[in-house]
Design a protein around this ligand. Sequence first.
Ligand code: FEO
Length: 398
Amino acid sequence: MSAIKIAQDIWWVGAKDPELRTFDIIMHTPSGSTYNSYLVKSDSGFVLIDAVKETFTKNLVENIKSVCSLDEIKYIIVNHTEPDHSGALNLILKDCPNATIYGTNAAITYLKAQLNREVTHVIVEDGQELNLGNRTLKFAHFTYLHWPDSMFTILKEDRIAFTCDVFGAHHCWNKEPILHNSNDLYDEDIHNYFVSIFGPYHKYIRNMLAKTKCEDFNLVCPSHGCMITGNSWKQFYEHYVQWSKEKAKRLTVVVAYASVYKFTKMLSDAIVEGIKSAGGEALVFDLEKKSGPFDATNALIDSAAVIIGSPTLVADAVPPVWAMLGRLNPQVHKKKVAAAFGSYGWSGEAVPHILERFTQLKFKVVDGLKVRFRPTPEDLNKARELGIAVVERIKSEN
Ligand code: FEO
């Protein structure tokens, strides 16, 4: 592979990772990913914008060398220092003796801690410009998109924005890196990425959109997936506006369960009836489906409550239930209303264990319902009452 020209004197020099199926341990990536790095030629020398994962350093170096030698790089811009974008710097900096690193204060701090050494650097302020002769770089700080270190780098004259994770998608494109018109698969990948990475940071996305107009840029170059332009840029900009909108508080309850012999599912169905009868909306997820824990956790961001069901297996909740509980975060999901339920045969520890986890997460715990084997009509009534109690608790909290 060699560099791919994406505009006049601008090249993609990143790496492709088509086989990636899990990112950052937690994110399912069925379309693989790319680590996008960009090389810009200017009167003042070459600029490298972001790097790649350390394991892909060879790809980055090969691609850069198809355009220039490493010692011709004068500027290295670190928009964000999560190691999928900074890892390769550990190996290539020694071959870039003429390069100065530019980043936010947090980015330089984190980078030095990742490399365990000093680096030649400049800390850039929000709005600061760097004159490269025929081109100008402008830096725009966007803290918490999605780390404290994050910023955009904008080529002013070209109206090209390098946005790192923002507007990115875990999607490994085939031959054509620039997306003019989107498609269903890319839409799904960029949405999943938005939910997973920026779900906790909608307020910061809204701030970014208030400072950034769609018409500001001709081409947007994120650090994962395609570069976007034309219709796709307009479409994704509008998606970001919609996805990040403040949601009105709703009586929405995530009901997520695993069920071996359908007894726990019977309880789930009755709980859903109760939720609906109280005027609530139930979003139901089968946690045994591969994407179940991921989908249910994401749905909870905009929901008011969660009710999790598990049978008891060898004195505990079953693994798919723990997969969801492990995704819940005290920062992102705190103060949700919560309850638990489940059918058991011998001892029934699953429900108290789930409730204990809810307490650790600082959720507002309503109740737990555990039933021995097949629920009786009385048990199903209790399940309906649990659904009602959860909705009433949401109402009382608002
Ligand atoms: Fe793609 Fe936040 O790293």
